[in-house]
Write a protein that binds this ligand. Structure first.
Ligand code: M6R
Length: 616
Protein backbone atom coordinates (compact mmCIF):
# COMPACT_ATOMS: atom_id res chain seq x y z
CA UNK A 1 0.00 0.00 0.00
CA UNK A 2 1.51 3.28 -1.14
CA UNK A 3 4.55 3.19 -3.37
CA UNK A 4 7.75 5.13 -2.84
CA UNK A 5 10.71 5.79 -5.11
CA UNK A 6 13.94 7.67 -4.45
CA UNK A 7 16.80 8.56 -6.77
CA UNK A 8 20.41 9.69 -6.29
CA UNK A 9 22.60 9.96 -9.37
CA UNK A 10 23.57 12.19 -12.24
CA UNK A 11 20.34 12.06 -14.31
CA UNK A 12 17.30 14.30 -14.04
CA UNK A 13 15.65 12.77 -10.97
CA UNK A 14 12.05 13.72 -11.82
CA UNK A 15 12.03 11.67 -15.05
CA UNK A 16 13.31 8.54 -13.32
CA UNK A 17 11.07 9.04 -10.30
CA UNK A 18 7.90 9.46 -12.34
CA UNK A 19 8.75 6.48 -14.54
CA UNK A 20 9.22 4.35 -11.40
CA UNK A 21 6.08 5.75 -9.79
CA UNK A 22 3.94 4.76 -12.78
CA UNK A 23 5.06 1.19 -12.22
CA UNK A 24 4.12 1.38 -8.53
CA UNK A 25 0.73 2.93 -9.07
CA UNK A 26 -1.00 -0.37 -8.43
CA UNK A 27 0.10 -0.05 -4.77
CA UNK A 28 -2.20 2.97 -4.27
CA UNK A 29 -3.59 5.69 -6.48
CA UNK A 30 -5.42 8.33 -4.43
CA UNK A 31 -2.80 11.04 -4.91
CA UNK A 32 0.86 11.36 -5.81
CA UNK A 33 3.75 13.72 -5.26
CA UNK A 34 7.48 14.25 -5.57
CA UNK A 35 10.25 16.37 -4.06
CA UNK A 36 13.51 17.25 -5.78
CA UNK A 37 16.57 19.00 -4.40
CA UNK A 38 17.43 21.93 -6.62
CA UNK A 39 18.71 25.49 -6.41
CA UNK A 40 19.28 25.12 -2.69
CA UNK A 41 15.61 24.21 -2.09
CA UNK A 42 13.38 21.19 -1.64
CA UNK A 43 10.95 21.69 -4.50
CA UNK A 44 7.59 19.86 -4.20
CA UNK A 45 4.80 18.93 -6.61
CA UNK A 46 1.68 17.09 -5.41
CA UNK A 47 -1.59 16.22 -7.01
CA UNK A 48 -4.81 14.40 -6.12
CA UNK A 49 -5.61 11.44 -8.38
CA UNK A 50 -3.44 9.30 -10.61
CA UNK A 51 0.28 9.63 -11.32
CA UNK A 52 -0.71 11.02 -14.71
CA UNK A 53 -1.97 14.18 -12.94
CA UNK A 54 1.37 14.51 -11.18
CA UNK A 55 3.24 14.11 -14.46
CA UNK A 56 1.36 17.13 -15.85
CA UNK A 57 1.96 19.11 -12.67
CA UNK A 58 5.67 18.22 -12.61
CA UNK A 59 6.06 19.49 -16.17
CA UNK A 60 5.13 22.97 -14.91
CA UNK A 61 7.91 22.88 -12.30
CA UNK A 62 10.75 22.24 -14.76
CA UNK A 63 12.58 19.99 -12.32
CA UNK A 64 16.28 19.68 -13.07
CA UNK A 65 17.71 18.30 -9.79
CA UNK A 66 19.39 14.90 -9.66
CA UNK A 67 18.20 13.79 -6.21
CA UNK A 68 14.59 13.26 -5.26
CA UNK A 69 11.82 11.18 -3.72
CA UNK A 70 8.23 10.46 -4.75
CA UNK A 71 5.10 8.67 -3.58
CA UNK A 72 1.76 7.28 -4.72
CA UNK A 73 -0.76 7.18 -1.87
CA UNK A 74 -3.44 4.85 -0.56
CA UNK A 75 -5.03 7.00 2.14
CA UNK A 76 -5.03 5.83 5.75
CA UNK A 77 -4.87 8.95 7.98
CA UNK A 78 -6.58 11.93 6.37
CA UNK A 79 -8.73 12.23 3.28
CA UNK A 80 -7.68 12.32 -0.33
CA UNK A 81 -6.47 15.93 -0.62
CA UNK A 82 -3.39 17.66 -1.96
CA UNK A 83 -2.43 18.71 1.57
CA UNK A 84 -2.41 15.07 2.66
CA UNK A 85 -0.43 13.88 -0.37
CA UNK A 86 3.25 13.04 0.16
CA UNK A 87 6.04 14.21 0.31
CA UNK A 88 5.55 16.04 3.60
CA UNK A 89 7.83 18.93 4.38
CA UNK A 90 8.78 19.74 7.97
CA UNK A 91 7.53 23.14 9.05
CA UNK A 92 11.11 24.51 9.16
CA UNK A 93 11.52 23.43 5.52
CA UNK A 94 14.55 21.25 6.24
CA UNK A 95 13.14 17.74 5.80
CA UNK A 96 10.96 16.18 3.06
CA UNK A 97 9.66 12.68 3.56
CA UNK A 98 7.61 9.98 1.80
CA UNK A 99 6.14 7.15 3.86
CA UNK A 100 4.43 3.82 3.37
CA UNK A 101 2.87 2.45 6.57
CA UNK A 102 1.19 3.82 9.68
CA UNK A 103 2.75 5.80 12.55
CA UNK A 104 0.54 4.57 15.38
CA UNK A 105 1.76 7.00 18.07
CA UNK A 106 1.52 10.05 15.80
CA UNK A 107 -0.85 11.88 18.18
CA UNK A 108 1.62 11.67 21.08
CA UNK A 109 4.50 12.83 18.87
CA UNK A 110 2.40 15.73 17.60
CA UNK A 111 1.59 16.74 21.16
CA UNK A 112 5.32 16.72 21.93
CA UNK A 113 6.22 18.83 18.87
CA UNK A 114 3.44 21.46 18.94
CA UNK A 115 4.76 23.42 21.97
CA UNK A 116 8.20 23.42 20.34
CA UNK A 117 6.88 25.49 17.45
CA UNK A 118 6.40 22.79 14.80
CA UNK A 119 3.29 23.37 12.70
CA UNK A 120 1.13 20.92 10.75
CA UNK A 121 -0.69 21.48 7.49
CA UNK A 122 -2.11 17.99 6.89
CA UNK A 123 -4.14 15.39 8.76
CA UNK A 124 -1.54 12.69 8.18
CA UNK A 125 0.59 10.65 10.53
CA UNK A 126 3.49 11.13 8.09
CA UNK A 127 3.88 14.88 8.53
CA UNK A 128 4.46 14.22 12.22
CA UNK A 129 7.48 12.09 11.33
CA UNK A 130 9.01 14.71 9.02
CA UNK A 131 8.76 17.24 11.86
CA UNK A 132 10.19 14.81 14.39
CA UNK A 133 13.22 14.26 12.16
CA UNK A 134 13.54 18.03 11.72
CA UNK A 135 13.39 18.44 15.50
CA UNK A 136 16.27 15.99 16.03
CA UNK A 137 18.21 17.50 13.14
CA UNK A 138 17.92 20.97 14.65
CA UNK A 139 19.10 19.90 18.06
CA UNK A 140 21.67 17.32 16.95
CA UNK A 141 25.21 18.58 17.46
CA UNK A 142 27.68 17.73 14.72
CA UNK A 143 29.39 14.43 15.57
CA UNK A 144 32.83 13.85 14.04
CA UNK A 145 32.69 11.07 11.44
CA UNK A 146 28.90 10.76 11.55
CA UNK A 147 26.16 12.21 9.43
CA UNK A 148 23.90 14.54 11.37
CA UNK A 149 21.14 13.81 8.84
CA UNK A 150 21.41 10.04 9.27
CA UNK A 151 21.56 10.30 13.03
CA UNK A 152 18.48 12.50 13.26
CA UNK A 153 16.46 9.99 11.20
CA UNK A 154 17.64 7.17 13.44
CA UNK A 155 16.78 9.12 16.60
CA UNK A 156 13.30 9.98 15.34
CA UNK A 157 12.57 6.39 14.32
CA UNK A 158 13.51 5.08 17.75
CA UNK A 159 10.42 6.92 19.04
CA UNK A 160 8.08 5.66 16.37
CA UNK A 161 5.52 2.91 16.97
CA UNK A 162 3.95 1.38 13.86
CA UNK A 163 5.15 0.50 10.40
CA UNK A 164 7.15 2.40 7.85
CA UNK A 165 9.09 2.37 4.65
CA UNK A 166 10.43 5.91 4.33
CA UNK A 167 12.74 7.94 2.11
CA UNK A 168 13.93 11.30 3.40
CA UNK A 169 15.63 14.34 1.88
CA UNK A 170 17.43 17.02 3.87
CA UNK A 171 17.79 20.55 2.54
CA UNK A 172 21.41 20.81 3.69
CA UNK A 173 22.57 17.44 2.34
CA UNK A 174 22.78 17.65 -1.42
CA UNK A 175 22.76 14.30 -3.21
CA UNK A 176 21.76 12.31 -0.12
CA UNK A 177 18.75 10.21 0.86
CA UNK A 178 18.22 8.41 4.13
CA UNK A 179 15.70 5.56 3.93
CA UNK A 180 14.50 3.01 6.45
CA UNK A 181 11.99 0.25 6.88
CA UNK A 182 9.97 -1.55 9.49
CA UNK A 183 7.05 -3.64 8.28
CA UNK A 184 6.85 -1.99 4.82
CA UNK A 185 9.08 -3.12 1.97
CA UNK A 186 12.05 -1.13 0.70
CA UNK A 187 14.62 -2.13 -1.88
CA UNK A 188 17.82 -0.38 -2.93
CA UNK A 189 18.79 -0.70 -6.59
CA UNK A 190 22.52 -0.36 -7.14
CA UNK A 191 22.98 1.06 -10.63
CA UNK A 192 25.78 2.49 -12.67
CA UNK A 193 26.82 5.56 -10.66
CA UNK A 194 23.25 5.86 -9.34
CA UNK A 195 20.99 4.44 -6.65
CA UNK A 196 17.24 3.90 -6.79
CA UNK A 197 15.11 3.17 -3.74
CA UNK A 198 11.68 1.63 -4.25
CA UNK A 199 8.85 -0.21 -2.54
CA UNK A 200 9.18 -2.96 -5.10
CA UNK A 201 11.48 -4.17 -7.79
CA UNK A 202 9.23 -3.20 -10.72
CA UNK A 203 10.06 0.49 -10.14
CA UNK A 204 13.80 0.03 -10.55
CA UNK A 205 14.36 -3.01 -12.75
CA UNK A 206 14.55 -0.88 -15.92
CA UNK A 207 17.74 0.70 -14.52
CA UNK A 208 19.42 -2.13 -12.66
CA UNK A 209 19.10 -5.82 -11.82
CA UNK A 210 21.32 -5.46 -8.72
CA UNK A 211 19.29 -5.00 -5.57
CA UNK A 212 19.64 -4.99 -1.80
CA UNK A 213 16.50 -6.03 0.07
CA UNK A 214 16.50 -3.96 3.26
CA UNK A 215 15.41 -5.73 6.42
CA UNK A 216 13.18 -4.43 9.18
CA UNK A 217 15.07 -2.09 11.48
CA UNK A 218 17.67 -1.18 8.86
CA UNK A 219 18.51 2.32 7.68
CA UNK A 220 20.36 3.11 4.45
CA UNK A 221 22.27 6.32 3.88
CA UNK A 222 22.73 6.92 0.14
CA UNK A 223 25.23 9.49 -1.12
CA UNK A 224 26.28 10.12 -4.74
CA UNK A 225 29.24 7.73 -4.43
CA UNK A 226 28.20 5.05 -1.96
CA UNK A 227 25.58 3.64 0.33
CA UNK A 228 25.87 2.57 3.93
CA UNK A 229 23.44 0.32 5.81
CA UNK A 230 23.13 0.25 9.58
CA UNK A 231 20.55 -0.48 12.25
CA UNK A 232 18.67 2.06 14.30
CA UNK A 233 21.17 1.28 17.05
CA UNK A 234 24.13 2.25 14.86
CA UNK A 235 25.37 -1.25 14.13
CA UNK A 236 26.91 -1.60 10.65
CA UNK A 237 25.23 -4.08 8.28
CA UNK A 238 27.12 -5.79 5.42
CA UNK A 239 24.90 -5.50 2.35
CA UNK A 240 23.98 -8.56 0.28
CA UNK A 241 23.48 -7.61 -3.37
CA UNK A 242 20.96 -9.92 -5.12
CA UNK A 243 20.17 -10.22 -8.83
CA UNK A 244 16.60 -9.75 -10.06
CA UNK A 245 15.79 -12.62 -12.40
CA UNK A 246 13.15 -10.93 -14.56
CA UNK A 247 13.42 -7.93 -16.85
CA UNK A 248 11.21 -4.91 -17.40
CA UNK A 249 9.47 -6.65 -20.30
CA UNK A 250 7.58 -8.81 -17.79
CA UNK A 251 6.05 -5.67 -16.30
CA UNK A 252 4.83 -4.22 -19.64
CA UNK A 253 1.32 -4.57 -21.03
CA UNK A 254 2.61 -5.97 -24.35
CA UNK A 255 -0.44 -5.08 -26.43
CA UNK A 256 -3.14 -6.17 -23.97
CA UNK A 257 -5.78 -3.66 -22.89
CA UNK A 258 -5.11 -4.27 -19.20
CA UNK A 259 -2.58 -6.06 -17.00
CA UNK A 260 -5.44 -8.25 -15.76
CA UNK A 261 -6.16 -9.43 -19.30
CA UNK A 262 -2.48 -10.05 -19.95
CA UNK A 263 -2.12 -11.98 -16.70
CA UNK A 264 -5.20 -14.12 -17.42
CA UNK A 265 -3.73 -15.13 -20.78
CA UNK A 266 -0.26 -15.69 -19.27
CA UNK A 267 -1.60 -18.49 -17.08
CA UNK A 268 -0.50 -21.47 -19.19
CA UNK A 269 3.10 -20.21 -19.13
CA UNK A 270 2.80 -19.24 -15.47
CA UNK A 271 1.70 -22.77 -14.55
CA UNK A 272 4.61 -24.23 -16.53
CA UNK A 273 7.00 -22.01 -14.58
CA UNK A 274 5.46 -22.96 -11.24
CA UNK A 275 5.88 -26.70 -11.89
CA UNK A 276 9.23 -26.64 -13.77
CA UNK A 277 11.81 -28.96 -12.15
CA UNK A 278 9.42 -29.89 -9.38
CA UNK A 279 8.61 -33.52 -10.22
CA UNK A 280 10.69 -36.50 -9.14
CA UNK A 281 12.73 -38.29 -11.80
CA UNK A 282 10.51 -41.37 -11.58
CA UNK A 283 7.52 -39.13 -12.30
CA UNK A 284 5.55 -40.25 -9.25
CA UNK A 285 5.65 -37.24 -6.95
CA UNK A 286 6.34 -33.54 -6.56
CA UNK A 287 9.55 -32.22 -5.02
CA UNK A 288 10.36 -28.81 -3.58
CA UNK A 289 13.83 -27.50 -2.92
CA UNK A 290 13.14 -24.95 -0.22
CA UNK A 291 10.90 -26.67 2.32
CA UNK A 292 13.76 -27.46 4.70
CA UNK A 293 11.81 -30.51 5.87
CA UNK A 294 12.46 -34.16 5.05
CA UNK A 295 10.05 -37.10 4.72
CA UNK A 296 10.48 -38.02 8.39
CA UNK A 297 9.38 -34.53 9.45
CA UNK A 298 6.44 -34.70 7.07
CA UNK A 299 5.29 -38.03 8.43
CA UNK A 300 5.16 -36.62 11.94
CA UNK A 301 2.91 -33.71 11.05
CA UNK A 302 -0.56 -34.26 12.50
CA UNK A 303 -2.24 -31.29 10.83
CA UNK A 304 -1.61 -28.51 8.33
CA UNK A 305 -2.70 -24.97 9.02
CA UNK A 306 -3.05 -22.72 5.97
CA UNK A 307 -3.30 -18.95 6.35
CA UNK A 308 -3.86 -16.17 3.83
CA UNK A 309 -6.06 -13.21 2.87
CA UNK A 310 -8.45 -12.53 0.01
CA UNK A 311 -7.73 -14.59 -3.07
CA UNK A 312 -4.82 -16.33 -1.34
CA UNK A 313 -7.26 -17.52 1.34
CA UNK A 314 -9.33 -19.11 -1.42
CA UNK A 315 -6.18 -20.96 -2.57
CA UNK A 316 -5.78 -22.22 0.98
CA UNK A 317 -9.33 -23.64 0.89
CA UNK A 318 -8.58 -25.58 -2.28
CA UNK A 319 -5.30 -26.87 -0.77
CA UNK A 320 -7.34 -28.02 2.26
CA UNK A 321 -9.69 -29.98 0.04
CA UNK A 322 -6.90 -31.66 -1.97
CA UNK A 323 -4.62 -32.47 0.98
CA UNK A 324 -7.46 -33.97 3.00
CA UNK A 325 -8.76 -35.85 -0.03
CA UNK A 326 -5.47 -37.31 -1.28
CA UNK A 327 -3.08 -37.26 1.70
CA UNK A 328 -5.74 -37.82 4.37
CA UNK A 329 -4.13 -35.34 6.76
CA UNK A 330 -6.43 -32.86 8.53
CA UNK A 331 -6.08 -29.27 7.37
CA UNK A 332 -7.29 -26.07 8.99
CA UNK A 333 -7.67 -22.85 7.05
CA UNK A 334 -7.91 -19.49 8.72
CA UNK A 335 -7.95 -15.90 7.62
CA UNK A 336 -4.49 -14.62 8.53
CA UNK A 337 -6.07 -11.51 10.03
CA UNK A 338 -8.20 -13.62 12.39
CA UNK A 339 -5.55 -16.18 13.26
CA UNK A 340 -3.11 -13.59 14.52
CA UNK A 341 -5.51 -12.41 17.24
CA UNK A 342 -7.77 -15.33 18.08
CA UNK A 343 -5.23 -17.47 19.91
CA UNK A 344 -6.60 -20.73 18.50
CA UNK A 345 -5.78 -23.97 20.28
CA UNK A 346 -3.37 -26.00 18.14
CA UNK A 347 -2.57 -29.69 17.87
CA UNK A 348 0.77 -31.23 18.92
CA UNK A 349 2.65 -31.09 15.64
CA UNK A 350 1.06 -28.85 13.04
CA UNK A 351 2.88 -27.42 10.03
CA UNK A 352 1.92 -23.92 8.96
CA UNK A 353 1.74 -22.62 5.42
CA UNK A 354 1.10 -18.99 4.57
CA UNK A 355 0.03 -18.11 1.03
CA UNK A 356 0.76 -14.65 -0.32
CA UNK A 357 1.43 -13.38 -3.81
CA UNK A 358 3.13 -10.19 -2.65
CA UNK A 359 4.77 -11.59 0.46
CA UNK A 360 4.08 -8.22 2.10
CA UNK A 361 0.45 -8.55 3.29
CA UNK A 362 0.67 -7.30 6.85
CA UNK A 363 -2.02 -9.63 8.22
CA UNK A 364 -0.34 -12.68 6.70
CA UNK A 365 3.03 -11.54 7.99
CA UNK A 366 1.49 -10.98 11.43
CA UNK A 367 0.01 -14.50 11.39
CA UNK A 368 3.37 -15.98 10.35
CA UNK A 369 5.10 -14.19 13.23
CA UNK A 370 2.42 -15.28 15.70
CA UNK A 371 2.82 -18.96 14.72
CA UNK A 372 6.61 -18.68 14.90
CA UNK A 373 6.37 -16.97 18.28
CA UNK A 374 4.50 -20.06 19.53
CA UNK A 375 7.36 -22.22 18.30
CA UNK A 376 5.88 -23.58 15.07
CA UNK A 377 7.56 -23.82 11.68
CA UNK A 378 5.93 -21.73 8.98
CA UNK A 379 6.46 -22.31 5.26
CA UNK A 380 5.43 -19.79 2.62
CA UNK A 381 3.94 -20.10 -0.85
CA UNK A 382 4.93 -16.76 -2.31
CA UNK A 383 5.54 -15.06 -5.65
CA UNK A 384 7.89 -12.26 -4.68
CA UNK A 385 11.54 -13.09 -4.29
CA UNK A 386 13.09 -11.23 -1.36
CA UNK A 387 9.70 -10.28 0.13
CA UNK A 388 9.37 -10.00 3.89
CA UNK A 389 7.31 -13.19 4.14
CA UNK A 390 9.80 -15.10 1.98
CA UNK A 391 12.64 -13.99 4.22
CA UNK A 392 10.94 -14.59 7.55
CA UNK A 393 9.41 -17.99 6.72
CA UNK A 394 11.26 -21.15 7.71
CA UNK A 395 11.18 -22.36 4.14
CA UNK A 396 8.85 -22.25 1.21
CA UNK A 397 7.91 -22.47 -2.41
CA UNK A 398 8.32 -19.63 -4.87
CA UNK A 399 5.57 -19.44 -7.46
CA UNK A 400 7.77 -18.07 -10.28
CA UNK A 401 4.88 -16.49 -12.23
CA UNK A 402 6.59 -13.13 -12.73
CA UNK A 403 5.23 -9.80 -11.54
CA UNK A 404 1.45 -9.63 -11.09
CA UNK A 405 0.42 -6.01 -11.57
CA UNK A 406 -3.37 -6.07 -12.00
CA UNK A 407 -4.87 -5.46 -8.55
CA UNK A 408 -7.17 -8.44 -9.08
CA UNK A 409 -5.09 -11.55 -8.61
CA UNK A 410 -5.30 -14.06 -11.46
CA UNK A 411 -2.14 -15.93 -12.47
CA UNK A 412 -0.86 -15.93 -8.88
CA UNK A 413 -4.11 -17.62 -7.81
CA UNK A 414 -4.02 -20.49 -10.31
CA UNK A 415 -0.32 -20.97 -9.56
CA UNK A 416 -1.17 -21.28 -5.85
CA UNK A 417 -3.85 -23.83 -6.73
CA UNK A 418 -1.26 -25.82 -8.65
CA UNK A 419 1.26 -25.66 -5.82
CA UNK A 420 -1.47 -26.73 -3.37
CA UNK A 421 -2.18 -29.75 -5.58
CA UNK A 422 1.54 -30.55 -5.79
CA UNK A 423 1.78 -30.34 -2.01
CA UNK A 424 -1.16 -32.72 -1.68
CA UNK A 425 0.70 -35.15 -3.93
CA UNK A 426 4.00 -34.66 -2.08
CA UNK A 427 2.39 -35.46 1.27
CA UNK A 428 0.16 -38.23 -0.11
CA UNK A 429 3.16 -40.05 -1.59
CA UNK A 430 4.85 -40.02 1.83
CA UNK A 431 1.76 -41.64 3.26
CA UNK A 432 -0.68 -43.91 1.46
CA UNK A 433 -0.63 -42.98 -2.21
CA UNK A 434 0.74 -45.73 -4.47
CA UNK A 435 3.45 -45.29 -7.09
CA UNK A 436 0.91 -45.84 -9.89
CA UNK A 437 -1.54 -43.29 -8.48
CA UNK A 438 1.36 -40.86 -8.06
CA UNK A 439 2.34 -41.28 -11.72
CA UNK A 440 -1.26 -40.66 -12.79
CA UNK A 441 -1.45 -37.56 -10.56
CA UNK A 442 1.81 -36.13 -11.98
CA UNK A 443 0.72 -36.74 -15.53
CA UNK A 444 -2.60 -34.96 -14.79
CA UNK A 445 -0.81 -31.94 -13.30
CA UNK A 446 1.49 -31.69 -16.32
CA UNK A 447 -1.57 -31.31 -18.52
CA UNK A 448 -2.81 -28.25 -16.60
CA UNK A 449 -1.17 -25.60 -18.86
CA UNK A 450 -2.71 -27.11 -22.01
CA UNK A 451 -6.11 -27.48 -20.39
CA UNK A 452 -5.98 -23.81 -19.38
CA UNK A 453 -5.02 -22.92 -22.98
CA UNK A 454 -8.11 -24.83 -24.08
CA UNK A 455 -10.35 -23.07 -21.53
CA UNK A 456 -9.02 -19.68 -22.65
CA UNK A 457 -10.37 -20.39 -26.15
CA UNK A 458 -13.83 -19.70 -24.68
CA UNK A 459 -12.90 -16.02 -24.27
CA UNK A 460 -15.02 -14.85 -27.24
CA UNK A 461 -18.11 -16.70 -26.02
CA UNK A 462 -17.60 -15.50 -22.44
CA UNK A 463 -17.28 -11.92 -23.68
CA UNK A 464 -20.73 -12.25 -25.25
CA UNK A 465 -22.15 -13.73 -22.02
CA UNK A 466 -20.56 -10.85 -20.10
CA UNK A 467 -22.26 -8.32 -22.38
CA UNK A 468 -25.63 -9.89 -21.63
CA UNK A 469 -25.08 -9.98 -17.85
CA UNK A 470 -23.21 -6.71 -17.29
CA UNK A 471 -26.32 -4.73 -16.30
CA UNK A 472 -27.24 -6.80 -13.25
CA UNK A 473 -26.34 -5.54 -9.78
CA UNK A 474 -26.31 -8.84 -7.88
CA UNK A 475 -24.94 -12.25 -8.74
CA UNK A 476 -24.49 -15.58 -6.97
CA UNK A 477 -21.61 -18.01 -7.59
CA UNK A 478 -22.36 -21.58 -6.54
CA UNK A 479 -20.07 -24.60 -6.47
CA UNK A 480 -19.39 -27.69 -4.41
CA UNK A 481 -16.33 -29.41 -2.94
CA UNK A 482 -13.13 -28.03 -4.48
CA UNK A 483 -15.19 -25.66 -6.61
CA UNK A 484 -16.82 -23.94 -3.65
CA UNK A 485 -13.63 -21.87 -3.13
CA UNK A 486 -13.69 -21.10 -6.87
CA UNK A 487 -17.25 -19.81 -6.40
CA UNK A 488 -15.90 -17.54 -3.65
CA UNK A 489 -13.10 -16.43 -5.95
CA UNK A 490 -15.52 -15.75 -8.84
CA UNK A 491 -17.64 -13.58 -6.54
CA UNK A 492 -14.59 -11.71 -5.22
CA UNK A 493 -13.25 -11.06 -8.74
CA UNK A 494 -16.60 -9.69 -9.87
CA UNK A 495 -17.05 -7.49 -6.78
CA UNK A 496 -13.62 -5.97 -6.80
CA UNK A 497 -13.36 -4.95 -10.43
CA UNK A 498 -16.98 -4.33 -11.51
CA UNK A 499 -18.55 -3.25 -8.16
CA UNK A 500 -21.41 -5.73 -8.66
CA UNK A 501 -22.58 -7.26 -5.42
CA UNK A 502 -21.72 -10.97 -5.62
CA UNK A 503 -21.64 -13.86 -3.18
CA UNK A 504 -20.08 -17.29 -3.35
CA UNK A 505 -21.85 -20.22 -1.68
CA UNK A 506 -21.67 -24.00 -1.59
CA UNK A 507 -24.41 -24.83 -4.11
CA UNK A 508 -26.43 -26.90 -1.63
CA UNK A 509 -26.35 -24.11 0.96
CA UNK A 510 -28.28 -21.83 -1.37
CA UNK A 511 -31.62 -23.20 -0.19
CA UNK A 512 -30.71 -22.34 3.41
CA UNK A 513 -30.97 -18.61 2.85
CA UNK A 514 -29.51 -17.09 -0.32
CA UNK A 515 -32.38 -18.54 -2.34
CA UNK A 516 -34.40 -15.61 -0.99
CA UNK A 517 -32.35 -13.37 -3.27
CA UNK A 518 -33.28 -15.25 -6.43
CA UNK A 519 -35.50 -13.46 -8.93
CA UNK A 520 -35.20 -12.23 -12.54
CA UNK A 521 -32.67 -9.63 -11.37
CA UNK A 522 -30.19 -11.93 -9.64
CA UNK A 523 -28.40 -14.39 -11.95
CA UNK A 524 -26.50 -17.41 -10.63
CA UNK A 525 -23.26 -18.86 -11.93
CA UNK A 526 -23.14 -22.61 -11.26
CA UNK A 527 -20.12 -24.90 -11.46
CA UNK A 528 -21.45 -28.28 -12.59
CA UNK A 529 -18.56 -30.59 -13.42
CA UNK A 530 -18.83 -34.24 -14.42
CA UNK A 531 -18.91 -36.58 -11.41
CA UNK A 532 -20.79 -37.66 -8.33
CA UNK A 533 -22.25 -34.24 -7.53
CA UNK A 534 -23.32 -33.29 -11.06
CA UNK A 535 -26.95 -34.29 -10.55
CA UNK A 536 -27.10 -32.56 -7.18
CA UNK A 537 -25.89 -29.29 -8.72
CA UNK A 538 -28.45 -29.71 -11.50
CA UNK A 539 -31.15 -29.94 -8.80
CA UNK A 540 -29.92 -26.64 -7.32
CA UNK A 541 -30.13 -25.09 -10.79
CA UNK A 542 -33.73 -26.33 -11.09
CA UNK A 543 -34.56 -24.59 -7.81
CA UNK A 544 -33.20 -21.32 -9.22
CA UNK A 545 -35.06 -21.74 -12.50
CA UNK A 546 -38.29 -22.47 -10.66
CA UNK A 547 -37.95 -18.99 -9.12
CA UNK A 548 -37.32 -17.26 -12.45
CA UNK A 549 -33.60 -16.91 -11.76
CA UNK A 550 -31.17 -16.79 -14.68
CA UNK A 551 -28.51 -19.49 -14.81
CA UNK A 552 -24.99 -19.43 -16.23
CA UNK A 553 -23.73 -23.01 -16.11
CA UNK A 554 -20.02 -23.84 -16.22
CA UNK A 555 -19.89 -27.50 -17.15
CA UNK A 556 -17.15 -29.92 -18.16
CA UNK A 557 -17.07 -31.49 -21.63
CA UNK A 558 -19.44 -34.43 -21.95
CA UNK A 559 -21.99 -33.16 -19.39
CA UNK A 560 -25.57 -32.84 -20.55
CA UNK A 561 -27.94 -30.41 -18.91
CA UNK A 562 -31.73 -30.76 -19.20
CA UNK A 563 -32.91 -28.60 -22.13
CA UNK A 564 -33.71 -24.99 -21.22
CA UNK A 565 -32.22 -25.22 -17.73
CA UNK A 566 -29.29 -22.89 -18.32
CA UNK A 567 -29.56 -19.49 -19.98
CA UNK A 568 -25.89 -19.64 -20.91
CA UNK A 569 -23.49 -22.58 -20.92
CA UNK A 570 -19.70 -22.33 -20.74
CA UNK A 571 -17.88 -25.60 -21.35
CA UNK A 572 -14.42 -26.32 -19.93
CA UNK A 573 -12.27 -29.40 -20.60
CA UNK A 574 -12.87 -32.41 -18.40
CA UNK A 575 -9.86 -33.11 -16.21
CA UNK A 576 -8.39 -34.69 -13.05
CA UNK A 577 -9.90 -33.57 -9.76
CA UNK A 578 -6.64 -31.87 -8.75
CA UNK A 579 -6.59 -29.73 -11.89
CA UNK A 580 -10.32 -28.96 -12.03
CA UNK A 581 -10.19 -25.91 -9.71
CA UNK A 582 -7.50 -24.37 -11.93
CA UNK A 583 -9.41 -24.92 -15.16
CA UNK A 584 -12.75 -23.86 -13.62
CA UNK A 585 -11.22 -20.55 -12.52
CA UNK A 586 -10.61 -19.39 -16.09
CA UNK A 587 -14.26 -18.70 -17.08
CA UNK A 588 -15.00 -16.72 -13.92
CA UNK A 589 -11.87 -14.62 -14.35
CA UNK A 590 -12.86 -13.86 -17.94
CA UNK A 591 -16.49 -13.24 -17.04
CA UNK A 592 -15.53 -10.70 -14.35
CA UNK A 593 -12.96 -9.07 -16.60
CA UNK A 594 -15.34 -8.62 -19.55
CA UNK A 595 -18.23 -7.48 -17.34
CA UNK A 596 -15.97 -4.85 -15.74
CA UNK A 597 -14.82 -3.68 -19.19
CA UNK A 598 -18.43 -3.55 -20.38
CA UNK A 599 -19.30 -1.34 -17.37
CA UNK A 600 -16.36 0.94 -18.12
CA UNK A 601 -14.56 0.17 -14.85
CA UNK A 602 -10.87 0.80 -14.25
CA UNK A 603 -9.99 -2.89 -14.24
CA UNK A 604 -6.37 -2.69 -13.11
CA UNK A 605 -6.96 -0.05 -10.44
CA UNK A 606 -10.37 -0.66 -8.88
CA UNK A 607 -11.63 1.97 -6.47
CA UNK A 608 -10.49 1.85 -2.83
CA UNK A 609 -8.15 -1.10 -3.42
CA UNK A 610 -4.39 -1.52 -3.65
CA UNK A 611 -2.37 -4.49 -4.74
CA UNK A 612 -0.44 -5.14 -1.60
CA UNK A 613 -2.21 -4.53 1.70
CA UNK A 614 0.54 -3.48 4.08
CA UNK A 615 -1.69 -1.88 6.72
CA UNK A 616 -3.98 -3.67 9.16
O1 M6R B 1 -0.34 -10.50 -1.81
P1 M6R B 1 -1.34 -11.42 -1.14
O2 M6R B 1 -1.55 -12.67 -1.91
O3 M6R B 1 -1.00 -11.67 0.29
O4 M6R B 1 -2.68 -10.59 -1.16
C1 M6R B 1 -3.82 -11.05 -0.49
C2 M6R B 1 -5.05 -10.26 -0.89
O5 M6R B 1 -4.91 -8.92 -0.52
C3 M6R B 1 -5.33 -10.33 -2.39
O6 M6R B 1 -5.46 -11.65 -2.83
C4 M6R B 1 -6.62 -9.57 -2.75
O7 M6R B 1 -7.73 -10.21 -2.20
C5 M6R B 1 -6.74 -9.41 -4.25
N1 M6R B 1 -7.20 -8.08 -4.56
C6 M6R B 1 -7.66 -10.37 -4.89
O8 M6R B 1 -7.81 -10.18 -6.25
Amino acid sequence: MCGIVGYVGSQKASTILLEGLKRLEYRGYDSAGLAVQQNGRLELARKVGRVENLVKEAAKHRFTGTTGICHTRWATHGGVTEANAHPHLSSDGKIALVHNGVIENYAAIKKFLLPKGYAFKSETDTEVLSNLIAYHYAKEPTIAGQSRFLESVRKALRHVEGTYGIAVLCLDCTGEIVAARKGSPLILGVGDKEYILASDVSALVSRTQNVVYLKDGEVVHVTPKQFFISTLDQEDVSPVVDQVTWTIDAAEMNGYAHFMEKEIFEQPAALENSMRGRFSEDGSTAKFGGLNLGPVDFRQIDRFVFLGCGTAWHSCLVAEHLIERFARVPVEVDYASEFRYRNAPLSGNPLFFVMSQSGETIDTLGALREAQRKGYKVLAVNNTVGSTIAREADGGIYQHVGPEIGVASTKAFTSQLLIGAMLALHVARMRDMSFADGVEFVSALKKAPDLVREALKQAGHIKAVAKRFSKYNDMLFLGRLSLFPIALEGALKLKEISYIHAEGYPAAEMKHGPIALINEQCPSVFFAPQGEIFNKVVSSMQEVKARKGLVIAIITEGCELPPGLADEVITIPDCHEAVLPIVATIPVQLLSYYIACERGCDVDKPRNLAKSVTVE
